[in-house]
Design a protein around this ligand. Structure first.
Ligand code: ZN
Length: 272
């Protein structure tokens, strides 16, 4: 299969849905950046650390890392609508966990309101913590996409991220979601940055802030899920028999993928 070659200078916006400005380099030590928002530091509450007033810039390195880590997680890119439906049916993708604390942008089609199980868990926990502090919901503005859709997008928007290659949009794996920044107060933005940076530092996710789409673009890794303890509790809860557990643990079994959201999910190829 041909791999799209993209020059570094052509790094594009992985969230792009409309014409966008080029991504700007974001040093991983985001606190050292000095983008324009710092001009408004005086307006911020005194308790807000200055570093959290700064946007979390995307970079070529970050996009490469998102592709490498989702590949290491065994995630294939979802090719088209049929592929998407198959993966939803097999529970490799789950619904964005809408609740009083989490809404979805009304313009997002129903079959795009899906993500990986660990991404859904991240969303639930983030939204719950946010709502506890700010008493209103977060909004998901984008979730899973297909290669077919991304190729159409590239025709419309020259700055859209690639559909193939080493720096393709990680939305194609279902591990990535965008959370809208529109309407969030500076306190909320600072809180989001603090929480997301801590998780990024722990290797659980990568986050970028996009500006044309005004969103947090977040790729969540399988390691977000706690290790084995979760599975053990889940099995006890469901009362699975020992034989059933053994069957579910067989490599490559469908039960493995359905019962364990942390299991490899990349084996259902687009060739099926
Ligand atoms: Zn995005």
């Amino acid at each position: 299969m041909p791999r799209t070659r993209v020059h570094k200078q052509a790094v594009a916006n992985p969230c792009a849905a409309l014409p966008a400005t080029p991504s700007r380099p974001r040093p991983l030590a985001a606190s050292k950046a000095r983008p324009p928002e710092t001009r408004r530091e005086a307006d911020l509450p005194r308790r807000t650390p200055v570093s959290l007033t700064l946007p979390l810039r995307g970079s070529y390195a970050s996009l490469v890392r998102q592709n490498e880590r989702t590949e290491a997680d065994g995630l294939e890119r979802i090719q088209d609508d049929q592929d998407l439906r198959n993966r939803i049916a097999r529970k490799m993708l789950v619904r964005v966990p809408v609740s009083a604390a989490l809404t979805v942008n009304a313009s997002l089609p129903a079959d795009r309101r899906y993500c990986r199980p660990w991404t859904a868990r991240f969303l639930s926990e983030l939204a719950r913590a946010h709502a506890a502090l700010f008493h209103r919901p977060l909004t998901v503005s984008s979730a899973v996409r297909t290669v077919e859709y991304q190729k159409r997008l590239m025709q419309i928007n020259g700055n859209a991220a690639a559909a193939e290659g080493d720096i393709a949009s990680p939305h194609l794996t279902g591990a990535t979601i965008d959370i809208a920044k529109v309407g969030l107060s500076r306190k909320e933005l600072a809180w989001m940055r603090g929480r997301l940076l801590a998780l990024e530092g722990a290797g659980k996710l990568d986050v970028e802030e996009e500006f044309e789409q005004t969103c947090f673009h977040i790729t969540v890794y399988k390691s977000y899920l706690p290790p084995a303890r979760t599975n053990n509790l889940g099995q006890q809860k469901t009362g699975q028999s020992t034989a059933a557990q053994r069957k579910a643990q067989q490599p490559g079994s469908r039960e493995t993928r359905q019962a364990d959201p942390g299991a490899p999910v990349g084996t259902a190829s687009q060739g099926q």
